[in-house]
Design a protein around this ligand. Structure first.
Ligand code: FAD
Length: 482
């Protein structure tokens, strides 16, 4: 019997794990090589204060059924939950931080309000800002609905004005992508928004329609016990299916070898070379281009620039004052808020009922993130030493939640850093991705996937990894899914 074609997947983040699963289910022999000591990439969990807490992604967008479908296939269906109402707040600049904090309207997407005239949105924008935003309903869709190269910032500014941009959309975009709306490709971060606007006539109507299309009625959902279980279940299934899973093995070279590929790898015990009939590159963007460029030099100009590093500080605190969840599920921080360095705070025990039940009254899990595009080495972020980050996190949590938290209240703490962990889709992203895909399509038996191409977030990453792996399996003449 001729053995089935062998495929090597480079990178064991969610993209690589998902691709490996698709390939092995198509009957291929699969090896997955991961540089670090564990699988999951930016999805991971850590034990802290006796809880197993997500230290990377902690939820997924409900805009598509991609993640629930995978969770169901992995036997995790019953664990899908939506966050508790009443949603997050935004901290705006102001003399008095407490009165400058407002609940975020929950009717739209990425901070774009479905109805800028509703009371909560008016309170946030002020009368003049709300009036300007309401003009969106009367403006014709115009070229912004169809023109190429439109940023999220330009779309929002033109349709709804500066106040909506700086007070709503920028804090949300900063929290999710660590990026400025003027640098985000709207079609990549809000797929379908512009075409829906063209159809329905206004940005507000489009934002409302996209939000309503989210099946769970909530923009995000999570898993009881944390999102890292998706990674755990994937790894378990791959092991059972016989995938050769390796950690601490970095791929350092990729060369064409007839119709297939030769890979050079480095690991603690030395180097080795492997032959493969097909390869999936599922690393971060810089590493992916560096690996593929010797065979495909046309990719060199497309190498992504550096992206901001993020630092996450998790605090477990003992504070009965937080039982009232003073800022809902958390706070997104607008630029220019004096004395606060964090860009976002998640009150995890307010957001997730399962975690609250585990923690019990008076014990709270707070997660603060630092690092935005445009940060310098002096800004609080990836490069700040742990002890300083902790001091900032404690002070910021006190300021943002309006509750004094001292060292004595902190039961446990943790810092996680991700250099270049949040690639973002800057304007022209779609065209750049198309150029990269076209170059890769000319190479035999090669697929490339991951957040740097598909877009940040588990929905984009998992959906794309499945598609690319299926295309590669087709090209290698694999059978249908097992
Ligand atoms: C702090 C944080 C919070 C987030 N929260 C959310 C959230 O709540 N919801 C959501 O949907 N998304 C969230 N995201 C985004 C989401 O986690 C990512 O979009 C997604 O996990 C990216 O997966 P990936 O496989 O493309 O990349 P990665 O996770 O970066 O994986 C790439 C892997 O490739 C490996 N690698 C690189 N080079 C090599 C090499 N030469 N050889 C072998 N291996 C190599 C790396 O070690 C890494 O493990 C968050 C991201 C971060 C950083």
């Amino acid at each position: 019997m001729i053995p089935p074609p062998a495929v090597v997947v480079i990178g064991g983040g969610m993209a690589g794990l998902t691709a490996a699963r698709t390939l092995v289910r198509r009957g291929l022999r699969v090896t997955l090589l991961e540089r670090s000591g564990r699988f999951g990439g930016t999805v991971d969990a850590r034990m802290l204060g006796g809880f197993r807490l997500d230290s990377g992604a902690e939820s997924f967008s409900t805009r598509s059924a991609v993640v629930p479908a995978l969770a169901e296939e992995l036997g995790l269906t019953g664990r899908i939950v939506t966050p508790d109402a009443p949603g997050a707040w935004v901290q705006l600049p102001g003399e008095d931080l407490q009165s400058a904090a407002q609940p975020l309207p929950s009717s739209g997407v990425l901070g774009i309000p479905a109805d800028p005239t509703d009371a909560a949105t008016r309170a946030l924008l002020g009368p003049a800002g709300a009036l300007r935003a309401a003009r969106d309903a009367d403006l014709p869709p115009g070229p912004l609905a169809t023109r190429p190269h439109v940023s999220l910032g330009e779309l929002v500014r033109t349709r709804m004005g500066e106040e909506v941009l700086t007070r709503l959309v920028a804090p949300v975009a900063g929290g999710v992508f660590s990026a400025d709306p003027d640098d985000l490709d709207v079609d990549s971060v809000a797929p379908g928004l512009r075409s829906t606007m063209g159809r329905l006539g206004s940005l507000g109507a489009a934002a409302g329609a996209l939000r309503q299309a989210a099946p769970a009625g909530s923009a995000v959902a999570g898993l009881v016990g944390g999102m890292a279980q998706l990674r755990d279940a994937l790894v378990q299934e791959l092991l059972t299916a016989g995938v050769d899973l390796r950690t601490a093995e970095q791929v350092s070279g990729l060369t064409r070898d007839g119709a297939g590929w030769t890979l050079a790898t480095e690991h603690a015990a030395g180097r080795r070379t492997l032959s493969a009939d097909g390869v999936v590159v599922a690393t971060e963007g810089g590493a992916a281009v560096d690996l593929m460029a010797p065979a495909l030099p046309a990719l060199l100009p497309e190498r992504p620039g550096s992206v901001p590093g993020v630092a996450l500080v998790t605090l477990i605190v003992d504070s009965a004052d937080l039982d009232a969840h003073p800022r809902g599920t958390g706070v997104l921080v607008a630029r220019g808020v004096d004395g606060v360095a964090a860009k976002a705070l998640t009150h995890a025990t307010a957001k997730w009922a399962w975690l609250r039940e585990q923690a019990g009254p008076g014990v709270h899990v707070l997660r603060l993130s630092f690092g935005r595009v445009g940060d310098t080495a002096e800004d609080v972020g990836l490069l700040t030493p742990d002890a300083d980050l902790y001091r900032h996190a404690l002070a910021d949590a006190s300021a943002l939640l309006g509750v004094r938290l001292t060292d004595a209240a902190v039961l446990d703490r943790d810092v996680v850093r991700g250099a270049g962990a949040l690639p973002h889709a800057s304007v022209g992203h779609r065209e750049r991705v198309e150029r990269i895909r076209a170059v890769v399509a000319d190479a035999p038996a090669l697929a490339v996937t991951g957040g740097w191409l598909a877009g940040t977030g588990l929905v984009s990453v998992i959906g794309d990894a499945r598609r690319r792996a299926d295309q590669l399996a087709d090209a290698l003449g694999a059978g249908g899914p097992l």
